[in-house]
Every structure is written in C-alpha cells, then in structure tokens.
Design a protein around this ligand. Structure first.
Ligand code: GAL
Length: 490
C-alpha cells in the first residue's frame, strides 16, 4: 500500500473510532459568540422625528414587489423596544451584539452637513445599554439602506458615493467611536452590487447586470478602503478599535473530481467571494486573474471597446490591499458546480454569463426556502479561505436558517448543530475562527420575502402593537451552547 493511502486509512480509522455521535465537544476559550440584526429589518420608526427616506422605504412603499406586500415601517419596532432587545441579549448570554446604523436616521439628507440629534441619541442609548450589560457592540456602518436621494444620483454606480459614504462613516466614528471598538464598513458587498445593481426584480436596483454591478463593486471597494485608511490614520490612534467588512458567499463545490468541474467551482468562488476578497486579502491584490480574464474575454466577444470590469491603477491596488483587520464572513448554504458541456455565449452582458458555470443542488440535501443544509460545505469554505488568503483571522458574522416562525423550531436547531460542529471541524483543521454570529436575534423583515420567512432565535408577534418577543426552542439551544461553550457532536 502506498504511504499516502496508508496515512489516509489510518486517519479514517482514527476518526471513526474517536468520533462518537453525541460526544460533547468544547469550543476553545478564544472564540466569542454573538447575534446580529440590521437597522432596516428591525428598527421601524421609518419616518419618526427627522429621519430621511432610504432606498428600502421607497422600494417597499412603491413597487409592490415584496412577497407579502409588507414593509418595515414598524418591523420589530426596535426604535422603541431596544431595552427589550438588550434584555434578550442578556438572557442569551452573548458576548457581543452586531447591529447596523441607519444612514438616514443620523444624516436625514444623506450628507454630513446636517446631523439628526434624535438619531444619534437612539444609537447612543443602545450602545450605552449594551456596555452596561457587558455586551460588546459590533457596528455595521452600512447594511443596505442608503438614502434615496443618493440613489437618485445613481447610487453605487456614482463614484461620488465613495466620498458620501466616507463622510457618513466619519460621523459614526466621531459620534460613537469612543465606545465602539468593532466596525464593519459594509454588509455583503456582493449582494449589494450583484443583486441590487445587476438584477431588476425584487430589490432597489438600476438593472444592467454585467455593467452596473462591476461599477458598484469598484466604487464600493474604494469607499471601503478610504474609510479603512481614515479610521487607521485619524481615529485608531486614539479610539484603538478594529475595522473590516463582512463578505457573503455560498460554498461552491465541484460536482466531480474532473479538472473542468474543479475549474468551474474555483471560478464560482472567485466571482463571488474573490470579487471583493482578492483585492483586500490576497498577497498580490487587485481583482483575481480569473475574474479579469473572463470579463475581458466576454466583453471583447460582445464588441465592447474595453472590459466591462473597471481597472485599478497600481496605486489603487496597493491602497486596497490589507484594508481589513480580520476576514468577516456571512454564510448560509452550498451549491454544486459543473462546467457546461457547451460554452454558453450571450450577446448581452451579464454577470452569470461572464461566470459561465452551472450551479445546482443535491435534491437529497434537507432544505428550507433557499437554504440547503450542508454543514460540510461550511467547513470546506472556511478551509478555502484559509488556503487562499494565508490563514487570516476569520469572524463569522452571519449564519442561520429560515422557517415560518415556528416556536418549536427543530429545523433551526438541527441547522445550528450541524454548522457549529462544522465550525469546530474547521478550527481543528487549522482555521483561525475567533467569533461566530447567529442570524438573527429575532424574527424580522426579510427583504424581498417580507415576513414570509423568519430567521430569529426569538419569536416576534407582528400582530401585536407591542411587537412582543418570546423565546423559541432554538433560543434555549443557543443559550446553552453559550453557557457551556460545548456542543454535541452530530
Ligand atoms: C443576509 C443579510 C441579512 C439577512 C440574511 C438572511 O444576506 O445580510 O440581512 O437578511 O441574509 O437572508
């Protein structure tokens, strides 16, 4: 028997002998646990005091494209119920709470010339209450709800957004940075640019996939880097915090071991995670060669005079590189990927056409809505990040499971059990994960799905004017993991 085969057999036997279902596994003391929410999804009070209109206010009010015709005018009413939110965080025993700032609540006109004192006071109270409860605030500066007036100027396709965004971030550092030491510039750049600037349906979008999405990405990367450097140069010396962002990705697994399918899976990873990951976390910086080559080739086949993917100058490449103090990751599910047998050709620009692979799922995977439960995909993804980006510190900022809002939410418990076991597996593989965040603290407004799907650990009664929150089975499950820092092997 070849030595490698012998080692593989030995590993298999050792794992089989020593991995017992039900065995208790302990998380290292170095990992902390939290839960997350986002301003538009929970706050409500959409026009209280001098708050300005965000793109999601306008979209939900005017398009009729939300699945149940709803909006987040009231949502969980956290603007008025935040004391109860902090109580729930204490009940759960989290180390930190990740929430976001509504741009138009603190800058009603979008620009930093006029601040809302009420808006600032709301976040001041929340932050102070969290600190008094010994819960660390993790603040997402932008979780999708930018001012409608800036969308009217082109939104993320407008290069001026780089400055407008940085001004907004600076107001947040000035107002809250004495107490907030953990910042995220953006939640899920891929979703912001791919869905909202690429596709027309269901989200506030300018359409034009294959053009607007790459413009958005380019501007957003620059806005992130400018904000990182601003914090690093001006605020970090006195405020002494950390700053990064959180990138979303599915895991893409090759459907077979064939070189073509492996190439397809790697391409899918580079188009989704690598689009924003490569310029910041790779040692060479810039967009990945795979992304540049594909969009270049497709653009020239389609008769464009230049690549639809904008280019960075070498100064910009250097300016972007390393602009995160950790690798933030949001992850929910996995796809299988294969190379199409016939090259897909389209005369029309489009992100999926540029990518040019087939994605599908194994029908035997348990699923709920768009989330297929594939814990091993999470483990493989964490290892992909470790191998591709030189073992960065990884913080998982979102992971969760949708259902109809059941209080006896066994599906969610199974999901967390599987994914948190996979997290431990990945840590044992050598992935440096220092924090894990469940999405979400409570049921809330789930974007284009309205209130038809729920991700909460706490149930919220949306028919009750008080928006009463009640624990679910998963509340108790997550609480017991946080208390004992252990989990049962699945
Ligand atoms: C993420 C998003 C969250 C939440 C979650 C569940 O992409 O950041 O706001 O909606 O998905 O779908």
């Amino acid at each position: 028997m070849a030595f490698a085969n012998f080692v593989a057999l030995l590993c298999f036997l050792t794992t089989s002998i020593f991995t017992v279902k039900g065995e208790v596994r302990r998380f290292p003391d170095t990992i902390s646990f939290g839960v997350a929410t986002a301003s538009y999804q929970i706050e409500g009070a959409w026009n209280v005091s001098d708050k300005g209109e965000s793109i999601w206010d306008r979209f939900t009010h005017t398009t009729g494209l939300i699945e149940d015709g709803s909006n987040a005018d009231v949502a969980c009413d956290s603007y008025h119920q935040h004391k109860r939110d902090v109580e729930m965080l204490k009940e759960l025993g989290v180390d930190y709470y990740r929430f976001s700032i509504s741009w138009t609540r603190i800058l009603p006109d979008g620009f930093s010339n006029r601040l809302s004192q009420d808006g600032i006071a709301y976040y001041d109270t929340l932050i102070n209450d969290l600190l008094a409860a010994n819960i660390t605030p993790y603040v997402t500066i932008y979780h999708w709800d930018h001012p409608q007036c800036l969308q009217d100027l082109g939104g993320w396709a407008n290069p001026m957004m780089v400055d407008y965004y940085t001004d907004f971030a600076e107001v947040a550092f000035e107002a809250f940075g004495d107490r907030v030491k953990h910042w995220l510039t953006f939640n899920e750049p891929f979703v912001i640019c791919n869905q909202w600037n690429g596709m027309t349906a269901k989200t506030p979008s300018v359409g034009m996939s294959g053009i607007a999405d790459y413009l958005c990405g380019h501007n957003l990367l620059k806005a992130h880097a400018k904000t990182y450097h601003l914090y690093d140069d001006v605020y970090r010396p006195t405020q002494k915090g950390r700053i990064g962002w959180t990138l979303s990705t599915h895991h893409y697994e090759a459907a077979s071991r064939s070189p073509a399918d492996r190439e397809a899976a790697e391409r899918a990873m580079q188009f989704e995670l690598g689009w924003f990951g490569h310029p910041v976390f790779s040692s060479e910086g810039d967009y990945s060669q795979i992304l540049k080559d594909r969009v270049n080739q497709k653009s020239s086949e389609q008769g464009y005079p230049r690549s639809r993917l904008p280019e960075f100058t070498s100064e910009e490449v250097a300016y972007l590189k390393g602009t995160c103090d950790f690798f933030g990751l949001n992850h929910y599910t996995t796809y299988l990927v294969r190379m199409p047998t016939m090259a897909l050709k389209s005369s029309k620009a489009g992100f999926e056409d540029d990518l040019g692979v087939e994605k599908f799922v194994d029908p035997s995977w348990p699923s709920s809505a768009w989330v297929k439960v594939v814990p091993w995909g999470f483990r493989n993804l964490l290892n992909w990040i470790r191998n591709s980006y030189n073992s960065p510190e990884i913080i998982v900022f979102e992971n969760g499971f949708p259902d109809q809002g059941d209080k006896d939410d066994v599906g969610r418990i199974n999901y967390y059990n599987g994914y948190m076991n996979a997290l431990l597996d990945a840590m044992e593989d050598g992935c440096n994960v220092t924090a894990y965040t469940a999405w979400s603290l409570m049921d809330n407004f789930e974007w284009s799905m309205g209130y038809t799907k729920k991700f909460g650990l706490y149930h919220v009664d949306f028919n009750d004017p008080m928006r009463t929150r009640m624990p679910k089975a998963s509340t108790m499950y997550y609480k017991s993991i946080l208390e004992t820092r252990t989990i049962e092997r699945d």
